[in-house]
Design a binder for this molecule. Structure first.
Ligand code: HEM
Length: 217
């Protein structure tokens, strides 16, 4: 069949050539596992673009635009959460045992540059946000007590929402790990669920959450 314009635009041939062929799969679950990991990389590139846009919009004094970009990025994390849940639901542990033998050492998603970048880009939002507040001579604690400054308050809420959506993914992923390798087997980078639980408690915007405590002091 001749290549359609749709396939040409998507580079469909190239993309699909990176997927194992049906007869190369070592078990049925491998299509799901490899597929989810590949899709995740694409999603992180979309998240990262939105996070870059968020920072730019804050710096250019467009908090509304920043809020929209950040909320969209948060929604994309939900699709990663669903993918993690999908594997917990479908991937048989003994299939994953076989898949692990072909991934090899150094194959941990921990080493995904796009995932790491997403973390850095999100953390980078806090500085420009507080800089903008400084321009109006207000602190985060003061903003929490205000009833005006709607745009900055919406952006602060979007940051809570974003952090939550990432945490939600981390929790789904911890359960996936429990369901595939248990809580004592080390991952491909030497971590167990203990490491993931510690990571899960590290917020992207620690100062934001801390400021809520201050409100009640
Ligand atoms: C299917 C079975 C999976 C298992 C058993 C598993 C296991 C693990 C383990 C043990 C770690 C800790 C580091 C290490 O030693 O590798 C880890 C890290 C990670 N995994 Fe998975 N994983 C699985 C699937 C996935 C999927 C489908 C995704 C993405 C959608 C994913 C995303 C991540 C990320 C982002 C990290 C880094 C966490 C951090 O350091 O902040 N994993 N995984």
């Amino acid at each position: 069949m001749p290549e359609t314009a749709y396939e040409r635009y998507l580079h469909a041939d190239k993309i699909l050539s990176y997927q194992k062929k049906d007869d190369e799969l070592i078990c049925d679950g491998e299509r799901d596992f490899q597929g989810v990991q590949q899709e995740s990389e694409f999603i992180w590139t979309r998240i990262n673009l939105l996070l870059k846009k968020t920072s730019k919009k804050i710096m250019s004094g467009d908090p509304n635009g920043a809020t929209r970009s950040l909320e969209q990025a948060a929604a994309l994390w939900s699709s990663l959460t669903v993918k993690s849940e999908e594997l917990l639901w479908r991937l048989w542990p003994n299939d994953f045992l076989k898949i692990r033998t072909v991934i090899g050492a150094g194959g941990s998603t921990s080493d995904s540059p796009r995932y790491r970048q997403s973390e850095q880009l999100a953390k980078n939002i806090w500085g420009p946000f507080t800089d903008q507040l400084k321009k109006s001579s207000i602190t985060v604690s003061q903003l929490l007590k205000m009833e005006d400054h709607d745009e900055m308050r919406a952006l602060l809420k979007a940051m809570m929402w974003y952090d939550y959506r990432v945490q939600e993914f981390q929790i789904a992923h911890i359960y996936l790990v429990l369901g595939e390798i248990g809580d004592r087997t080390v991952g491909l980078k030497g971590g167990t669920t203990d490491y993931l639980i510690r990571r899960q408690s590290q917020y992207l915007f620690p100062e934001l959450w801390e400021s809520i405590n201050e409100l009640y002091q």
